[in-house]
Design a protein around this ligand. Structure first.
Ligand code: SER
Length: 582
């Protein structure tokens, strides 16, 4: 069964018009690098603008999500994926939407009722528990045991931090041959989420205020790779019909078997597919050091490194053959692939050429600079490899680990910063998908922690940096290097500085940039090797700039009064501060 086509057919039969997939690089939205959900190109229409195709729409939308970049290589994550969706723009609402989802799953896809379960929004603040949705599920035959109410962390949807949003109901499928438990437990990962129905009736502004939208909308999303894998009964997405022939081809081209090489092979096919779609986009993206071009470059270089790791001859055309197969598989749905085929292949080939020159030269130098006796590659060697031979630190790490060596990464970054002029080349704020689970108080503590770090640098010295941090709703905790017990005067000075910055009501800016840009900008980058290639930097006035996942308040004035409750030893040479906001 072709699920994509069945989906469109079903919704067309129910009065929906199919809209074409928008480009993955948003046409009119400079705040995001890529479309991350089917609803993104529809934001103006969810807000009330009239859509030329009417009030009932359906489509399959190309999406790229980079928040999961480090997860690629497992069974279920992808950087590129397609989302099937149907929308009501101020037309039908909960009852009909749930009815359509239920009918499509049970009548068109023939999923047995006993394999299904749902979560419903429990309500929060002024928004009540969604009994309308729950009652509709009951009416359709979903038993009480199979309905779970969850809070906003799970069942409230928004793209990023502001925009149209609302409570949602998510549909789960029992993917296992085990006996199906009577009671649904959303934490039990044999239940996998297959479809989300968002009831978009609110708008959240930049300050977090929620108001009602002009109209009540429905926004649904079903990940194609997941539903296909689920229905085909495979627990590894890369074994479903979406990937099988691609993985097969990679095995043949390289004489390697998927078995035993899963992680690298998944990264290779995933990244080639995403690179193909980015390079084919009408936006005409080329590998570069900024924005989408930077992502394209990282993806291409990453799959080449993985290929090298498997011993694949990177100068062969293995990548172009895979790319051609992907183009052939998808061109029926996305005409830009065949239209731009030559330029896509050229982009991939050129970037590989460029990278392999760096790679070969760097590898030769690596051998010269690093002796077999080396246990830890010295920061100066790592920096020379980077600075003189263009060897990215990730590669030094990889080469080192293949030889059982370590790398002084912190030392490398310290040197890196020393040698870089501070260039604050921040691009505009760009959001990542997902609602944060942090409470307001914890958010405030996050921001206060950055201020504390900055204040300690002034009071104790520039070597202060974060060695550990822990936040609870009651207090923040911060560990930092310092060789003495802080004096009362030092503590007071630190508090006074933080409180001065709070009184100044400094703006907190969120900036997304590449890791390299972040390092160059002089931002605090402790543990940078744990971060993905695209990072978020929070800048507080001119006093602090730190790599961090957030969330943060928008102005320091929101924090209240900062007070150090305790200063104690954490371990040799490390002090610990516990502080509160009053
Ligand atoms: N916008 C929702 C999601 O991405 C439903 O499409 O999950």
């Amino acid at each position: 069964m072709n699920i994509r086509e069945e989906f469109i057919k079903y919704f067309e039969k129910n009065g929906h018009k199919q809209i074409p997939s928008s480009p993955i690089v948003p046409e009119n939205d400079p705040t995001v690098l890529f479309n991350t959900a089917g609803m993104q190109p529809l934001v103006p229409y969810l807000m009330g603008e009239k859509h030329p195709y009417g009030k009932r729409l359906c489509d399959y939308q190309k999406c790229v999500r980079l928040t999961d970049l480090d997860e690629i290589g497992d069974k279920t994550h992808h950087t590129f994926f397609e989302m099937l969706g149907n929308w009501s723009l101020g037309d039908y609402f909960k009852k009909e939407a749930i009815g359509y989802s239920f009918e499509f799953l049970t009548k068109v896809l023939n999923i047995p009722l006993e394999r299904l379960a749902v979560t419903v929004f429990e309500g929060e603040g002024k928004i009540p528990r969604d009994e309308v949705a729950a009652n509709r599920w009951r009416e359709l035959g979903i038993s009480e045991d199979r309905i779970a109410y969850l809070g906003s962390k799970d069942n409230f949807w928004i793209a990023g931090e502001s925009g149209p949003c609302g409570g949602d109901t998510e549909i789960f499928y029992f993917r296992s041959n085990d006996e199906i438990p009577k009671k649904f437990d959303p934490e039990d990962d044999r239940w996998v989420e297959i479809w989300n129905n968002v009831f978009m009736e609110f708008y959240k502004d930049e300050n977090g205020n929620i108001s009602e939208l002009k109209q009540k909308n429905v926004d649904t999303g079903m990940g194609l790779e997941r539903i296909v894998a689920v229905l085909e009964g495979v627990d590894d997405n890369y074994k479903s019909s979406i990937w099988l022939d691609v993985v097969d081809k990679l095995e043949k081209l390289t004489d390697l078997s998927y078995e035993g090489n899963e992680k690298s092979m998944r990264i290779i096919v995933d990244h080639i597919r995403t690179s193909v779609f980015i390079a084919a986009d009408p936006a005409g993206i080329k590998p570069s050091n900024t924005d989408q071009g930077y992502i394209l470059r990282r993806l291409i270089r990453r799959y080449i490194r993985q290929a090298r790791k498997l011993g694949i001859d990177i100068n062969s055309d293995f990548d172009l053959e895979i790319a051609s197969l992907i183009i052939k598989k998808y061109e029926k749905y996305y005409s830009e692939l065949s239209e731009n085929k030559n330029s896509v292949l050229e982009v991939l080939a050129n970037e590989k050429k460029k990278f392999s020159r760096t790679l070969e030269k760097g590898l030769r130098e690596f051998e010269k600079l690093v002796s077999n006796e080396t246990k830890i590659i010295d920061k100066n060697v790592a920096f020379k490899l980077y600075d003189t031979y263009g060897f990215p630190i990730e590669l030094t790490l990889e080469e080192a680990s293949d030889r059982g060596m370590g790398v002084d990464v912190d030392g490398f970054y310290a040197k890196f910063r020393e040698h870089q002029e501070k260039s604050r080349t921040a691009s505009k704020g760009k959001f990542k998908g997902g609602l944060s689970g942090n409470s307001e108080t914890e958010t405030k503590f996050h921001t206060a922690t950055h201020l504390l770090n900055a204040a300690l640098k002034e009071v104790i010295g520039p070597d202060v940096h974060q060695l550990g941090s822990n936040i609870t709703p009651e207090r923040l905790r911060f560990d930092f290097p310092c060789d003495h017990k802080m004096t009362d005067e030092e503590k007071k000075k630190t508090e006074d500085l933080v409180n001065k910055w709070i009184e100044e009501n400094l703006p907190v800016e969120k900036i997304e940039m590449s890791k390299e840009e972040a390092i160059k900008s002089g931002a605090e980058c402790t543990f940078i090797d744990r971060y993905p290639d695209l990072v978020t930097v929070y800048k507080i006035g001119d006093v602090s700039m730190e790599l961090c996942g957030g969330p943060h308040v928008s102005h320091t004035g929101e924090l209240g009064h900062f007070k150090i409750k305790k200063e104690e030893s954490s371990s040799a040479g490390v002090r610990r501060i516990k502080a509160i906001l009053e």
